[in-house]
Ligand binder design. Structure first.
Ligand code: NAP
Length: 517
């Protein structure tokens, strides 16, 4: 069986110690192993500092962008292989796998283009020049300059391809060498991507750790940053890490999220907006088997429309084939790990104690094309809550699987926004309405609680990717429970990897620093 190697200090090393076996989550057939220890992390950080920092510092944004373009091309060249790995190791259907792999390539291409647009400069302006002296000769200007440190990326199991690429696109374009660590259980896609990427990048620019983080973070120092995606318990531990505290290491956290979807009172389910709402709810429950940080977990519908919404969900979910995701007829695969299945079943049981069953009971399912008793399968589950605001399991616990809960409301936009807020901070929430006043009230009150608000309506329905897709041009991250982090958002995505400095001096000197005459 393949023992996946880490790429540290410029060479591939398999590590040592206790091994973890990576399996196909549909069949439980072992696929590969990773070692638990035996890596020289001090050497890896030194490698990044001595080679990666100067190599990337010698490049302009345009040149770094060109490197990202070559990484995107490398994904295109190995697309089928990467998709097959995601199907085997992630339990992804082919559609799920494309979402992950193509999403990664698209994000790299987006930042490659941004690099070309930023051009041959190395500083970024933050806002306009400011007059700070008595006359315009004495000026002020905020700029962003790259941080002279190492970026550590720690990713979640659910998007091994996209997660790696979206973080890497920003750190490399900003000019920081990166050590990336995929989640162990689904590391095969990230491992293969780094095999493809490493020969295309300057020495020290990219390193990979497969397997547990161990003492990796004990080596972070001044100027370094850590970008984390995963569960809130791990996030809490990272916030308290001694070295992160000691060196004020920047830490970006993308964690749990109780994303809500609200059906506006004006929307008929048979309208375009109603169709969009239903399609988004069903897609978010079943795509990646609900293992998307952006997936809709809580749904609010006008009381009089609840029965119709239940009928529509039953009909759509009832037609979804669940089983071995390598089969063409299967639309939903297993959860990614045995632990995930245990956690999701516990979440359903918690919900079941406070809600009523609408579809799927408690998630029992007989998957197609799978040996009896094998695989980490849970079927789609819809529950119904009577009192949206006071249903503790609904508003306090993320069930990271194909599970959603629907509750009634009066149609009041302020109440809908309070419901979003009840999740205590989310990555994204969505509202479906063609009434502009209703939308304005909702946006005004819900915005402080969401990193992104998706406003579904008839005019955009035909071209919408749905709320569950994080786009490179828009911020990804959210306040409170979601971790308080920010990623992507075009140029904003670079700022985590850069230092904002206020310059003051001769206005013409300031202008020339930014490439002006
Ligand atoms: P997790 O258990 O927190 O693991 C996330 C990552 O942290 C993995 O790479 C894991 O490595 C690593 N890790 C664990 N302990 C660590 C430690 N002591 N030091 C450093 N790294 C450590 O989360 P998960 O189960 O992979 O992901 C599910 C969660 O992620 C869900 O709650 C979901 O909401 C959240 N998520 C959020 C977003 C977002 O953008 N906000 C996106 C996706 C997922 P190992 O695998 O080696 O243990």
């Amino acid at each position: 069986m393949q023992l996946l190697a880490s790429y540290l200090s410029g060479s591939w090393s398999q590590g040592s110690g206790t091994r973890t076996t990576l399996v196909n989550p549909a069949t439980e057939v072992p696929l590969a192993e990773v070692a638990g220890t035996g890596h020289d992390f001090a050497g890896a950080f030194a490698h990044a500092r001595t080679l990666g920092i100067p190599a990337l510092g010698a490049l302009t944004f345009a040149q770094r962008g060109a490197l990202l373009g070559t990484l995107a091309k490398a994904i295109h060249g190995a697309r089928e292989e990467l998709i097959n790995l995601a199907v085997a190791n992630g339990g992804n259907t082919r559609g799920d796998a494309k979402f992950d792999v193509d999403g990664g390539a698209l994000t790299l291409s987006y930042y490659a283009e941004l690099g070309a647009k930023l051009g041959s400069t190395t500083l970024l302006a933050d806002g306009e020049p400011i007059q700070v002296g008595r006359t315009a000769r004495m000026g002020g200007q905020h700029v962003w300059a790259r941080r002279r440190g190492v970026a550590v990326h720690i990713n979640a199991f659910n998007f091994p391809g996209w997660g790696l690429c979206e973080k890497l696109a920003c750190s490399l374009l900003a000019g920081m060498p990166t050590i990336t660590k995929p989640a162990t259980a689904t590391a095969m896609v990230g491992h293969r991507m780094v095999e493809l990427f490493a020969p295309l990048l300057p020495a020290g620019a990219l390193q990979l750790l497969v397997g547990p983080a161990g003492t990796l973070l004990d080596h972070v120092g001044p100027g370094d940053v850590v970008a984390f995606t995963g569960g809130s318990a791990t996030a809490r531990m990272l916030r308290g890490h001694a070295k992160i505290i000691e060196h004020s290491v920047r830490l970006n956290i993308e964690a749990d999220s109780l994303n809500a979807a609200i059906l506006g009172p004006d929307v008929d389910l048979t309208s375009e907006t109603g169709g969009l709402f239903l399609a988004d709810v069903v897609r978010d429950m079943t795509q990646k088997t609900g293992q998307k940080c952006t997936a809709i977990r809580r749904v609010l519908v006008p009381a009089g429309k609840q029965a119709d919404v239940f009928d529509a969900l039953r009909e759509r979910l009832g037609g979804i084939a669940i089983g071995d995701p390598s089969r063409d007829d299967v639309r939903m695969g297993p959860l990614a790990t045995a632990q995930q299945k245990t956690d999701v079943l516990a979440g359903i049981a918690r919900l079941a104690a406070a809600t009523e069953a609408v579809f799927g009971g408690t998630g029992d399912v007989t998957p197609v094309g799978v040996p009896a008793g094998k695989g980490f399968f849970v079927g789609p589950v819809v529950r119904s809550a009577k009192d949206a605001m006071n249903c503790e399991p609904l508003n306090e616990h993320e069930v990271f699987g194909p599970v959603t809960t629907v509750a009634p409301y009066s149609g009041d936009a302020a109440y809908a926004a309070d419901f979003v807020a009840r999740g205590q901070g989310c990555l994204v929430s969505s509202a479906y309405s063609d009434e502009r006043d209703w939308v304005a009230t909702f946006v005004g009150a819900a915005s402080p609680w969401a990193g992104r608000l998706y406003l579904g309506s008839a005019k955009m329905a035909a071209m919408s990717p749905g709320p569950g897709t994080a786009l490179p041009s828009l911020l990804h991250g959210g306040p409170g429970r979601a971790g308080g982090g920010e990623e992507l958002g075009g140029e904003r995505g670079l700022q985590f990897y850069m230092q904002r400095t206020a310059l003051e001096g001769d206005a013409s000197v300031l202008k020339s620093l930014l490439g002006g005459g």
